[in-house]
Ligand binder design. Structure first.
Ligand SMILES: Nc1ncnc2c1ncn2[C@@H]1O[C@H](COP(=O)(O)OP(=O)(O)OP(=O)(O)O)[C@@H](O)[C@H]1O
Ligand SMILES: [Mg+2]
Length: 354
């Protein structure tokens, strides 16, 4: 088997805060192969952007990787400084479309100047060639080629976002990290960008780490998915496996909180409560307070990620009750429906069950 492009292994990331060390990511593991589209989903605050930033060396100054490794093409990069990251990883290998792209363009430089600067450092192309390439990318993201010489403030928010995407694609990187790349865009533009990413995938073997809270986007466009809840990866596997056979309560409730074109009449799930504030080590399941099927064990240690399917070792979930929870959920939901109740009331049925 060929080496994965990116390997994240047992990654823990903490932020220093007034209240203590806040754990944003706890023991997260996943890999991305060459050409693979990988989706990272989970509600707000679950740690998605923190993972993205750690890969590209962009953690806020109060954040640090406290354990675990990030390997890119087999090289450990989590300890790299800015210079090493610029030489080895950024732009040419990994391009990052940050979550709030508004601040990531330099307001004092034309977009073309910014692109040429990046291109001069990382390629042997002439300025004319670089400008031509940028025009091509502008065209792809639906911006007029003539606008490459504009300053960021001359663009609307959505146009700035597209200019950032054009810059990310500009050097044809091996991995694109796109953190909520289309949330500022209208639906037509979103579709167009995903269509382009599909083309990139078939032609260039580019990999994608797509971060979004909207799992239906991932089901439509990715090969594999990890679903995070409050710093922990709850479930991870191929899109088909996680879509058709989810095992972690958060994963299936989260999935069922979104509309699905394949099941247009389904009621949408509501997950009660909020994710916890995590100060110190997370040595328990972070979903415990919201999980209708939690037992004492869930509070005593963090569940390991374990295979849920003998035929598919890549499909893993971190739940002590992974073998029974989904069936319990389904039967309770069916029961509630037949009684004429909404799905939300299913939780009461299971309280205290083991
Ligand atoms: N600089 C920081 N200092 C302290 N805490 C932080 C900092 N940045 C993020 N956090 C905390 O880390 C956790 C994870 O944040 P992160 O931004 O990675 O979440 P996210 O999954 O990307 O959320 P969203 O979907 O809202 O973008 C949250 O609890 C957040 O409050
Ligand atoms: Mg984020």
């Amino acid at each position: 088997m060929t080496e994965p492009l990116l390997e994240v292994e047992d990654l823990t990331i903490q932020y220093e805060t007034d209240g203590g060390m806040l754990t944003a990511v706890s023991d997260a593991s996943f890999t991305i192969d060459e050409g693979e589209f990988f989706g990272l989903a989970g509600e707000s605050g679950s740690g998605k952007s923190t993972i993205a930033k750690s890969i590209i060396g962009g953690l806020d100054s109060n954040g640090q990787v406290t354990s675990g490794t990030i390997r890119y093409r087999g090289e450990e990069i989590q300890g790299y400084d800015d210079k090493q990251l610029n030489e080895a990883v950024r732009w040419k290998e990994i391009a990052w479309i940050p979550q709030s792209s508004m601040n990531s363009l330099d307001p004092l430089q034309q977009v073309s100047e910014q692109a040429i600067e990046i291109g001069q450092v990382h390629t042997d192309l002439s300025n004319v060639e670089l400008r031509d390439r940028l025009k091509e990318m502008f065209d792809i993201v639906g911006l007029q080629e003539s606008r490459i010489d504009d300053y960021p403030h001359q663009f609307s928010g959505g146009m700035q976002q597209r200019a950032i995407i054009a810059l990310a694609l500009f050097l044809e990187p091996s991995l694109i990290i796109a953190d909520e790349p289309t949330t500022a865009l209208d639906v037509i533009m979103q579709d167009q960008i995903f269509k382009y990413l599909d083309e990139v995938k078939s032609e260039l073997e580019t990999s994608l780490l797509l971060i979004t809270h909207d799992i239906s986007v991932i089901f439509e466009s990715c090969d594999s998915v990890a679903i995070m809840h409050a710093s922990q990866v709850a479930e991870y596997g191929s899109v088909a496996a996680v879509h058709d056979n989810p095992r972690h309560p958060y994963a299936f409730m989260f999935k069922e909180a979104f509309p699905d074109v394949r099941e247009p009449d389904r009621e949408l799930e509501v997950i009660d409560g909020y994710p916890p504030e995590l100060i110190g080590d997370v040595d328990f399941c972070s979903f415990i307070d919201r999980c209708p099927w939690a037992t004492d064990e869930c509070g005593q240690r963090a569940p390991n990620m374990e295979s849920v399917d003998d035929d598919d070792p890549t499909h893993v979930a971190g739940c002590f009750r992974k073998d029974e929870a989904y069936e319990l959920y389904q039967s309770e939901r069916d029961h509630a429906r037949s009684e004429g109740h909404s799905g939300e009331q299913t939780t009461a049925v299971t309280e205290g069950s083991d």
